[in-house]
Design a protein around this ligand. Structure first.
Ligand SMILES: [Zn+2]
Ligand SMILES: [Zn+2]
Ligand SMILES: [Zn+2]
Length: 153
């Protein structure tokens, strides 16, 4: 029992330090659990690093380690699955800045490096824009396609 209490304190302290350092983590604060066993005894094993992509996360219950990309993907994979089954788009994208798959289109933000997009929503339909749709100057790929069709006629 005593051991469990220690765990809890360790968990809170290390996360609090990380949240202060990387404020974008507040978006996922309530959803951080071990991707493998769903335990809350899940801690960043190094908090002095300047890049979230370098930090390893370790579960104190199942002993598995994950990197930040794996953690972000595990948090958003259900949401993305629902979006895609509904005929919608991916939510998790490769970040154009840091290169990891930690860019979340519904936030318009990379959770690893805080890169934000120039265009976050489609001017025409309001759809969240992905990093790959930036070249359309504020339209989503669908609306851009429609626009090009009109221009061709
Ligand atoms: Zn675990
Ligand atoms: Zn990034
Ligand atoms: Zn659109």
């Amino acid at each position: 029992m005593k051991k469990k209490d220690n765990h809890k304190q360790q968990v809170c302290q290390s996360w609090d330090k990380l949240y202060t350092k990387f404020s974008q983590l507040n978006h996922i604060k309530d959803n951080i659990i071990c991707p493998s066993c769903k335990s809350y005894n899940f801690i960043p094993s190094s908090i002095d690093l300047q890049d979230l992509n370098d930090i390893k996360f370790k579960c104190l219950d199942c002993d598995e380690s994950f990197n930040f990309e794996e953690l972000v993907k595990s948090i958003y994979k259900d949401e993305e699955y629902i979006s895609i089954t509904d005929g919608g788009k991916r939510i998790i994208w490769d970040c154009p800045e840091c290169g990891t798959e930690t860019f979340i289109s519904t936030l318009g933000l990379c959770l690893a490096c805080e890169k934000e997009l120039q265009y976050t929503q489609c001017e025409r339909c309001g759809e969240n824009l992905s990093p790959e749709e930036q070249e359309y100057g504020g339209l989503c790929s669908y609306c851009n396609h429609q626009y090009e069709k009109v221009m061709d006629e």
